[in-house]
Design a protein around this ligand. Structure first.
Ligand code: FEO
Length: 177
């Protein structure tokens, strides 16, 4: 079935491909920052997250392709590999997710203005996904604050993030304890 997308919508979705792809690279950079700092649990969290963002990106490729539009493969800005500490890492992640959420909402607003029912429905999955992702990052930031900055805090932060990551994997695979 051919779905008509406005030129504006095509442009917005191609930009979203770039945002999701950048997010995937950003999380890859963070995974190896964590690896360098011996934070194995955090590394696993970011490796999984990097894979997920790639899937978010590919879903838009498929949607554009379904609409008979050629998706634009983006060039990415290089993510930083320098962070002061794990607190800064998770704050940057939160900021990143907030900006992706804002972008999804603005495309949805455009879809509403254009009575583009297919794109409205397509984007609903992203609205839910962003809400869940923001909630997870907020939880991690709160736990980091509770753990504090004592001598073994990094050890406990890493264990906590690993536990949260395992819960996400269990939920995704339907193996919730
Ligand atoms: Fe797909 Fe977390 O942005």
């Amino acid at each position: 079935m051919k779905i008509d997308l406005s030129a504006k919508m095509q442009d917005a979705l191609n930009k979203q491909i770039a945002y999701e792809g950048y997010a995937s690279n950003f999380y890859l950079a963070l995974a190896y920052w964590c690896d360098f700092h011996a934070l194995e649990g955090c590394k696993k969290f970011f490796m999984r997250q990097s894979e997920e963002e790639r899937i978010h990106m590919l879903k838009i490729y498929d949607y554009l392709s379904d609409c008979d539009i050629h998706p634009v493969t983006p060039a990415y800005e290089q993510p930083s590999s320098q962070y002061a500490n794990i607190q800064e890492v998770f704050q940057k992640v939160f900021d990143q997710e907030r900006s992706v959420t804002a972008s999804i909402h603005s495309i949805l607003k455009l879809a509403n203005e254009e009575n583009d029912f297919n794109t409205q429905q397509f984007l609903q999955w992203y609205v839910d996904e962003q809400r869940e992702e923001e909630a997870v990052i907020r939880t991690i930031i709160d736990r980091i604050k509770i753990i504090g900055e004592g001598g073994q805090s990094l050890y406990y932060i890493d264990k906590e993030v690993e536990k949260i990551n395992n819960n996400i994997i269990a939920t995704d695979t339907g193996n919730v304890a």
